[in-house]
Design a protein around this ligand. Structure first.
Ligand code: IMP
Length: 422
């Protein structure tokens, strides 16, 4: 199947990086289509751990790796990760950066931080990497793009225009110090020489690869429930992680996508604020967090942990058009005797629904209806195929596939690349 989108089916951190890394072994191109250094993709390969924020996970296996127009790029993070590639003996010329991607500017970081501080208890819990403000400027058509860096004069003009507004906003509204034109300009113009070799036509590259029957992976960052349009707004990111964001963000038509692989953990985690019906109440939450190592890759924050939520996953199948699922971290559940699974939501009127609520207040008030499955009580370390799984573990996987009417193609049973059962 030449064009596959890999999309997070929950609130992020499903282990997409590892799945992309695995599929990248047999792919010709891997593309990021949205988001920026708010992503935190952890990959364990060949005894080495990679923590990527800006670059596609395909770089780990030396696959051509594209950053599409729909992404926002922090040049410092980008260049630091390029340095890591070089240190680890990978030729960085595999990376292609769309000139249409937007740049995260220093004021985006300051505004992200200041606006969260101002929101106080209403804060979104962003990664504070400047993502929302960068996308806001893009939509307002005052953003600065990768290609602008390549022309020092244009770059200076654009920074000047942006700062005329941003500095007033920073100083008067947020009461923080503004930025100096010369400082910002010299810093960003200084990136030009190092960025230039990576800048290319991402849309054309992917189109030609597909014409030549090459296989292309589209790697979603963040996840369905964090989608700007279809997630749990306002507790979302500022781009479109769902599968239809892939053709838009890279610059190909939607008819080119062949399959959509959803990645879901065998349970659920969420970082940041917002409602979370299947969140575990009581000490089991901390136990699951410890067992699963559920701490943010980018921020180090404790992730909130819950039991599997099939209502939210059913919704993810719908809005992404998921054709198959990868279920990750099944091994983390091995120590639990019982595994509650949220199969429906109970509404305020007492009725039950298998469907994700269309309105936020219904979601805020939704209560989980549980079905309790048996645990398997043994480690999965030595398991080499789905057929060898303990009966209760197989029953857990089959229950999910049946409830969602989607095949489960991959099951993750350990951290490294080879601990995925096909
Ligand atoms: P932002 O993307 O930094 O603006 O943050 C918006 C929301 O998305 C917050 O709830 C973040 O915690 C969440 N978020 C952003 N990136 C990730 C990620 O890679 N994993 C999980 N949550 C994320």
């Amino acid at each position: 199947m030449p064009a596959t989108v890999v999309v997070g089916a929950q609130w992020g951190d499903e282990g997409k990086g590892k799945i992309v890394d695995l599929l990248a072994q047999e792919s010709d191109v891997v593309c990021r289509y949205q988001g920026g250094p708010n992503a935190g993709h952890t990959i364990v390969a060949g005894g080495e751990t990679w923590k990527l924020r800006q670059l596609p996970s395909g770089v780990v296996s030396g696959t051509t790796s594209v950053i599409g127009a729909g992404c926002v790029v922090d040049p410092e993070v980008f260049l630091d990760e390029i340095d890591v590639l070089v240190e680890r003996g990978i030729d960085p010329s595999i990376v292609v950066l769309s000139g249409n991607a937007h740049l995260i500017m220093p004021w985006h970081l300051t505004i992200d931080q200041a606006s969260e501080r101002r929101l106080g208890r209403l804060q979104i819990g962003t990664t504070r990497r400047g993502i929302g403000p960068a996308y806001a400027d893009k939509a307002s058509r005052i953003g600065i793009r990768v290609q602008d860096v390549l022309d020092a004069k244009i770059l200076r003009e654009k920074i000047e225009v942006a700062l005329a507004e941003k500095n007033v906003w920073l100083e008067r509204v947020y009461e923080v110090q503004g930025f100096d034109l010369e400082d910002v300009w010299s810093r960003y113009a200084g990136y030009a020489e190092r960025l230039a070799p990576f800048v290319g036509d991402a849309s054309l590259l992917v189109d030609e690869a597909l014409h030549d029957d090459k296989s292309v992976l589209f790697e979603g960052a963040q996840a369905t429930m964090l989608d700007l349009d279809h997630g749990t707004y306002p507790f979302v990111t500022s781009s479109n992680p769902i599968a239809s964001g892939a053709p838009t963000g890279v610059g190909i038509g939607p008819t080119r996508i062949d399959r959509v692989l959803g990645v879901a953990k065998a349970y659920v985690t969420r970082v940041g604020e917002g409602p979370f019906p299947s969140e575990i109440q009581g000490p089991q939450q901390a136990r699951l967090r410890e067992l699963g190592g559920e701490y943010g890759t980018v921020t180090g924050r404790e992730r909130r942990c819950g039991w599997l939520d099939l209502v939210a996953l059913r919704y993810a199948v719908r809005v992404n058009g998921i054709t198959s699922l990868a279920l990750t971290k099944l091994d983390v559940l091995s120590e639990f005797a019982e595994l509650p699974v949220c199969v429906r939501y109970r509404r305020r009127d007492g009725g039950e629904t298998p469907h994700f609520p269309a309105h936020q207040s219904d979601f805020h008030h939704a209560e989980p209806v549980w079905e309790v499955l048996a645990g398997w009580g043994e480690p999965l370390d030595a398991i080499e195929s789905q057929h060898e799984l303990p009966p209760a573990a197989r029953a857990y996987v089959e229950f999910i596939a049946r409830e969602l009417a989607v095949p489960i193609e991959l099951v993750g049973v350990g951290a490294s690349r080879d601990r995925v059962l096909v």
